[in-house]
Write a protein that binds this ligand. Structure first.
Ligand code: ASP
Length: 471
């Protein structure tokens, strides 16, 4: 049995839904279909989830939102029309959404959650109706009815472990189940969503629940690429990678698969196959527990920007027990979450996402660390990019850091910081945002390209100034 998840771009129009139908109908093992809300049809289109969030906010302020409401309903309507479905289901979706928007707003966060999640909920109802119309035995199943319970953290829900047992029962249903992604219910019966792009998480939870043989995650690219294709032209595809490698890459900036979506599948030992709705015969990328390490030390390079660092220097910090705890306590008190903490003998750097900071917070950190911890120096630096080299092969290979830093040096890029965890699965390089792309290019060439590929014109000559033979 396979659990299959389709992302927003795979469900953005009638033509895309037709492809989804063909994929599902072509394999009787595809029994559980998890759907996102309709996503973008073109690059500056707006996802239904974003339209719903804006609409809910306007309703909360008591403002008029009929334009948004019509646009949202219009998205479902055009899919139904393209696939010649009667208007009944659209009328039902329209009534349900209106009732929801005019309903209880005494808890604004809970109201937004319910409206936000209606994107997938209504889409699941629509897709089930389309499948039926086309002759498949299909039914919409609600997360409430199936018993998908989650913690009460709006926008960041975590599955409650006893859900798995209840979800196992889905195995006994006949026909195809169409299940909305992105949300579950708390123990009070209210909708709570996962973090954004969380339908991947739902698919993984269901795959674990029913002990599926495979979790297929359909998106709009042929595979997980070794590096962001917006930075490197036509990068190589990854055929196989481990859960740990995928999680590191997702966390490091790869948006193709949610970083929290691996754990449920991993715990049940279910392989994940990332595939393309627009090219379903391509093999895609397999995510597995153990892979044969036939390639080099690095499987992929992720990068992300908008980080800042807090540098704290104090002579003899190495001898002072509890110093780091006190700094981290300061951050905890301010509700700040950090990403990495590289340290030296007399200094420590804390790297955080910049969007959590503002001038006031920065000033209070600096003051507190100087006053309470008697630090010699505290400095906040902005606009950093973090580049993650990821690969389990690093554990067996000597010299990966040397190769990476040499490639960066030859590209005249200053490394602001380096961090490697003891798992030796990833290595982080902090650079200024302004040189992020150049740095990623240099590392890609170092770890993934051979001179012959440059000759075949796969990369531009200006990218090849420091090209080295592979491995
Ligand atoms: N529709 C939700 C979002 O845009 C969830 C998802 O697509 O997975 O974040």
């Amino acid at each position: 049995m396979k659990v299959v998840k389709f992302g927003g771009s795979s469900l953005a129009s009638g033509a895309q839904v037709e492809k989804v139908y063909r994929i599902v109908a072509s394999d009787p093992e595809r029994k559980i279909v998890v759907v996102s809300a309709p996503g973008k049809r073109y690059s500056n289109d707006i996802k239904v989830t974003d339209l719903l969030i804006s609409c809910a906010k306007r309703y909360l302020k008591g403002e008029q939102a009929s334009d948004l409401f019509e646009t949202i309903i219009g998205r479902y309507k055009s899919i139904a029309r393209e696939l010649h479905l009667s208007n009944d289901i659209i009328e039902k979706i329209t009534d349900d959404l209106l009732t929801l928007l005019n309903g209880d707003k005494s808890n604004p966060a809970s109201f937004i959650e319910a409206v936000k999640a209606s994107g997938e909920d209504n889409n699941a109802k629509l897709i089930a109706a389309i499948f039926k119309h086309k002759g498949l035995e299909a039914q919409y199943v609600s997360p409430k009815e199936a018993g998908l319970l989650v913690s009460n953290d709006p926008g960041n829900a975590q599955v409650l472990p006893d859900s798995y047992e209840r979800l196992y029962e889905l195995k006994n249903r006949s026909g195809i189940i169409v299940f909305p992604g992105f949300f579950g219910y708390n123990t009070d019966g209210d909708v709570v969503t996962f973090s954004r792009s969380g339908s991947d998480i739902t698919g993984s939870i269901l795959a674990n629940g029913v002990k599926a043989d495979l979790y297929e995650n359909f998106t709009d690219v042929d595979a997980v690429y070794t590096v962001n294709p917006n930075i490197v032209h036509q990068p190589k595809e990854i055929r196989e990678l481990t859960y740990r490698e995928m999680r590191e890459l997702s966390y490091g900036g790869f948006s193709v698969f949610h970083d929290e979506a691996l754990i449920p599948a991993f715990r049940a030992g279910i392989p994940v196959n990332v595939k393309n709705t627009n090219n379903p015969n391509a093999p895609g990328t397999k995510i597995v527990n153990i892979r044969k390490n036939t390639d080099g030390p690095v499987v992929g390079i992720a990068s992300d920007e908008e980080f800042c660092s807090i540098y704290v220097g104090k002579y003899l910090m190495n001898k002072e027990i509890g110093f780091v705890r006190k700094i981290l306590l300061t951050l905890e008190e301010l509700g700040l979450s950090f990403e990495h903490v590289p340290s030296g003998i007399d200094d420590i750097t804390i790297i955080l996402r910049q969007n959590q900071m503002n001038e006031k917070i920065e000033k209070s950190i600096v003051k507190k660390v100087i006053d309470d911890l008697d630090a010699d120096e505290v400095r906040v630096e902005h606009d950093l990019a973090l580049i993650m080299l990821v690969g389990e092969g690093m554990r067996q290979k000597i010299g990966t850091a040397a190769r990476a830093s040499k490639a960066l040096a030859e590209a005249k890029i200053n490394i602001e910081m380096i961090n490697q965890g003891s798992s030796e699965t990833s290595m982080m390089f902090g650079v200024k945002e302004a040189v992020e792309k150049k740095a990623v290019q240099a590392l890609y060439e170092e770890f993934f390209l051979q001179k012959s590929e440059f000759k075949r014109g796969l990369i531009r000559s200006d990218q090849a100034s420091h090209l080295k033979p592979l491995y």
